[in-house]
Design a protein around this ligand. Structure first.
Ligand code: ADP
Ligand code: MG
Length: 344
C-alpha cells in the first residue's frame, strides 16, 4: 500500500537560477523508512518541506495515502496532512515539561486518553519517568527523543525527520540511529529520514534515495545502492570509491595500475573503473607501479593511501593482520566481479 506518491515535483525559489527540487518522482510503501541522502544544498530539506506543505510546488503532484495534498492549484495545510515532523534542532517548547511537550499535538483527545498516549509513547522512546523534566534538564539525545515522541504521539501516517541526529555527538548519534529505526518500526509508521551521512542512511533505511542538485539520482535498497550505484556520483558519495581511467583492449580494461578482466559486455571503449577501498588486494612487489604513501591504523583495519605512477592518490582498506610499511611497492588486484565501469 502506497503511503506517499510524488510525481514530477519541482520547486524553484524566485531568486535562484536552478530548481532546489527538480522533477522528483518517488513512492513510499506503508511502513517503510526512506533515507534521503545527499550533500548539503542538494534539496533534501526543500523536498521535505514540500511534502510537509511548508512550501508550494511549481509542477507535479504529492499524494499522501489516497489524497492529493499538493499540486499546482492545491496546498493542503500542514496540520491536515497527518504527518509528524522532527527537526535537527529539537524545537521543543522550553516552558513545557516532557509530558506537556509530548501531549502538545493531542489537544483534541479526551484527557485520560492524552495521559495514556503520552505514557505509551514515552515508553516507546524509553523516557518513562522523565515526564516532569524540562527540556533544559535533558541531554541532547533525550531532547531529540522527546521531539520524536511528540511527533509520534498523534499516530501520523508519515513521519518526516530532517537530519534529526546531526546535532548530537558521535556516541549518542550511533546509538540513537539504531533506536530511531527500532522506534519507527515499533510504531509501524512510514518515514522519510533526511541525512547527509551515507553510513547513517544505509543503516537506518529500507530504501535510500540519493539526491544531487535537486534531482533524485537513484532510489534503491541500501544493498542495491552500495553494490550497484547508478552513477559515478552515487558511487563516490555513498561508498567513497576510487576511480581509475581505463581503456578497453580485447577482454581487458587497461589502466595505469594494471589490467583488469572484463566481466560484463561493455559497449564503451573507455571509462572510469570504480574500485571500492575494501576491494583492493595488496601484494608487495618491488617492480609494481604503485607505492604506499601513508598508512593509518583504524583498529580493525588499516587505511592506506597509495600513489599511482601519474601521481594519483588511491585509498585502500585492508584487515589489520597485514601491515605494509610506507614506501612498499604493491601490486593491486581486485576480484573481477567487484569491478564496475562508468562511461566518461
Ligand atoms: P539541503 O537540505 O539538501 O542542504 P536545501 O533544500 O536546504 O538543501 O536547499 C536546496 C537549494 O535551495 C540550495 O541551493 C538553497 O540555497 C536553496 N534554498 C533553500 N531554501 C531557500 C529559500 N527559502 N529561498 C531561496 N533559496 C532556498
Ligand atoms: Mg537541509
Amino acid at each position: 500500500q502506497l503511503i506517499l506518491h510524488l510525481q514530477n515535483v519541482t520547486k524553484q525559489f524566485a531568486e535562484n537560477t536552478f530548481p532546489a527540487v527538480d522533477n522528483v518522482s518517488l513512492t513510499l510503501q506503508q511502513g517503510d523508512i526512506l533515507g534521503l541522502l545527499g550533500p548539503s544544498g542538494c534539496g533534501k530539506t526543500t523536498l521535505l518541506r514540500l511534502i510537509a506543505g511548508f512550501e508550494r510546488l511549481q509542477t507535479g503532484e504529492i499524494k499522501i495515502g489516497e489524497r492529493i495534498v499538493s499540486n499546482t492549484s492545491t496546498c493542503i495545510p500542514t496540520e491536515q496532512r497527518d504527518i509528524g515532523i522532527v527537526f535537527q534542532d529539537y524545537a521543543l517548547f522550553p516552558h513545557l515539561n516532557v509530558a506537556e511537550n509530548v501531549g502538545f499535538g493531542l489537544k483534541d483527545f479526551p484527557k485520560h486518553q492524552i495521559q495514556k498516549r503520552v505514557a505509551e509513547v514515552l515508553g516507546l522512546v524509553r523516557l518513562g519517568g522523565l515526564e516532569k523534566r524540562y527540556p533544559y534538564e535533558l541531554s541532547g539525545g533525550q531532547q531529540q527523543r522527546v521531539a520524536l515522541a511528540r511527533a509520534l504521539a498523534p499516530q501520523p501516517q508519515l513521519m518526516l525527520l530532517d537530519e534529526p541526529l546531526s546535532n548530537l555527538d558521535i556516541q549518542v548519534r550511533l546509538r540513537l540511529r539504531e533506536e530511531v529505526r527500532d522506534i519507527l518500526k515499533a510504531a509501524g509508521t512510514s518515514a522519510i529520514f533526511v541525512t547527509h551521512d551515507q553510513e547513517e542512511a544505509l543503516a537506518i533505511s529500507d530504501i535510500v534515495g540519493v539526491m544531487r542538485q535537486g534531482h533524485l539520482e537513484q532510489l534503491g535498497t541500501p544493498e542495491e545502492i552500495y553494490t550497484h550505484p547508478a552513477s559515478r556520483f552515487v558511487a563516490e558519495f555513498v561508498t567513497q570509491a576510487n576511480f581509475v581511467t581505463a581503456h578497453r583492449q580485447d577482454n581487458l580494461w587497461k589502466t595505469e595500475i594494471g589490467n583488469f578482466e572484463l566481466t560484463a559486455n561493455h559497449s564503451e571503449n573507455a571509462g572510469e573503473i570504480m574500485i571500492r577501498q575494501e576491494d583492493f588486494i595488496l601484494k608487495p612487489d618491488n617492480d609494481a607501479p604503485v607505492v604506499v604513501r601513508t598508512r593509518r591504523f583504524l583498529g580493525r583495519e588499516y587505511q592506506y593511501c597509495l600513489q599511482t605512477p601519474s601521481g594519483k592518490e588511491l585509498h585502500a582498506r585492508t584487515l589489520a593482520d597485514v601491515a605494509l610499511p610506507v614506501g612498499t611497492r604493491v601490486e593491486l588486484s581486485i576480484a573481477s566481479d567487484r569491478i564496475k565501469v562508468f562511461p566518461h
